[in-house]
Ligand binder design. Structure first.
Ligand code: URA
Length: 184
């Protein structure tokens, strides 16, 4: 499957009920050639309106976080576990995550990132381990199928709870080290 086929399939998807309330399918942001990939949870209101991941308040905060280590959207690829907004920004249901999984799986296969950073618990439990505990495990690195994986607190959680920010600062510095180590 190539990018155009994948994107066309995703834009037309009606595999779960989120398609009935969405305004836009939110497929991707950033650079398809990137070695660094971020995966969030699902679109919020602004993302649903514009069809681009992480463009609302959480997205602005993500951009600020990444600027600390000189990373911008041209250097990374950004996607979500589910491509359509869950109503009232509730957590995506397991069934919705399952329905959307083939798209993210194909995105990862096409991008072939060397580093994959999950943003928040939902992405970490889907991509790293079902029993991932973000409070305990964030910032730890592990390799899966040749890809270095870790998770950060979700930017929305950092906006709500500033006491988590120092931990994320350390996680960002460790990402900078990993980028250097892998010559990215
Ligand atoms: N939160 C997410 O997890 N993803 C987005 O795209 C926006 C907010």
């Amino acid at each position: 499957m190539d990018w155009e086929q994948l994107k066309a399939q995703c834009m037309a998807c009606r595999s779960c009920d989120l398609c009935t309330t969405r305004n836009n399918v939110v497929f991707e942001a950033g650079n398809r050639e990137a070695k660094l990939m971020f995966v969030g949870e699902g679109p919020g209101e602004q993302e649903d309106r514009r069809g681009i991941p992480f463009v609302g308040a959480a997205g602005q905060f993500l951009d600020e976080m990444l600027s600390i280590i000189d990373v911008d959207r041209k250097r990374c690829y950004i996607a979500n576990i589910v491509k359509c907004r869950p109503p009232q920004n509730r957590d995506p249901l397991e069934t919705e995550q399952d329905a959307c999984w083939p798209f993210l799986e194909a995105q990862i296969q096409l991008v072939q990132p060397k580093i994959l950073v999950c943003l928040g618990r939902i992405a970490a439990q889907r991509l790293i381990r079902p029993d991932y505990r973000i409070t305990r495990d964030h910032g730890r690195w592990e390799q899966q199928n040749g890809v270095w994986m870790t998770a950060f607190y979700h930017p929305s959680a950092l906006l709500r709870d500033a006491s988590k920010r120092p931990d994320t600062f350390s996680d960002l510095l460790s990402l900078r080290e990993k980028l250097k180590e892998l010559d990215i």
